[in-house]
Design a protein around this ligand. Structure first.
Ligand code: FEO
Length: 175
């Protein structure tokens, strides 16, 4: 059993809440995309919602292995509607930047408290966030290139589906 500092326990519980919110946020987005007939984007966000739940569960396990009872957070209502797919992906980027900042904060805190177990545990999240942000940046770049012409939604949806397929393939190789 590892002794976790109470500040770390608080930060990990907060992180559970952020990951839980992210999972709901992406689930709501998946069905907004479904409503807009954006099937590629729906797939992307459904997979992302599952990943965020897995991120949350990993923290539950880490806390439990450390002899700490994790706190299951209240469910916060995510946005249900967007004006455009461009707006949706901009919100996604903002959301991920917030999560990255929270993760970096736990890394900094565990380093200061010489909690090398938590510091080591959080490295996986640092890399995961870097990959997520890179994927969303790529999508935002493609959206800019495609522009806002008549068939742009069709092409954006196809591009997002392609990027989603690449992520799924890379995850399969990593297993
Ligand atoms: Fe697990 Fe994308 O935050």
């Amino acid at each position: 059993m590892i002794d976790l500092n109470e500040k770390i326990v608080q930060a990990l519980n907060d992180q559970i809440a952020y990951e839980s919110f992210a999972s709901s946020f992406y689930l709501a987005l998946a069905y907004w995309c479904d409503d807009q007939a954006l099937e590629g984007c729906k797939k992307f966000f459904l997979r992302q919602s599952d990943e965020e739940r897995m991120h949350m569960l990993k923290i539950y396990e880490y806390m439990s292995e450390s002899g700490v009872l994790p706190v299951t957070p209240a469910i916060e209502q995510p946005p249900v509607k967007y004006n455009s797919i461009q707006e949706a992906f901009n919100k996604v980027f903002e959301q991920e930047r917030k999560v990255t900042a929270a993760i970096h904060n736990i890394v900094k805190m565990s380093d200061e408290l010489r909690d090398y177990n938590t510091l080591n545990f959080m490295q996986w999240y640092v890399e995961e966030q870097r990959e997520e942000e890179a994927a969303i940046r790529t999508i935002l770049d493609r959206i800019k290139v495609i522009g806002e012409g008549g068939q742009s939604l069709y092409y954006i949806d196809k591009e997002v589906e392609k990027i989603n397929d690449l992520i799924v393939a890379a995850e399969g190789e990593a297993e």
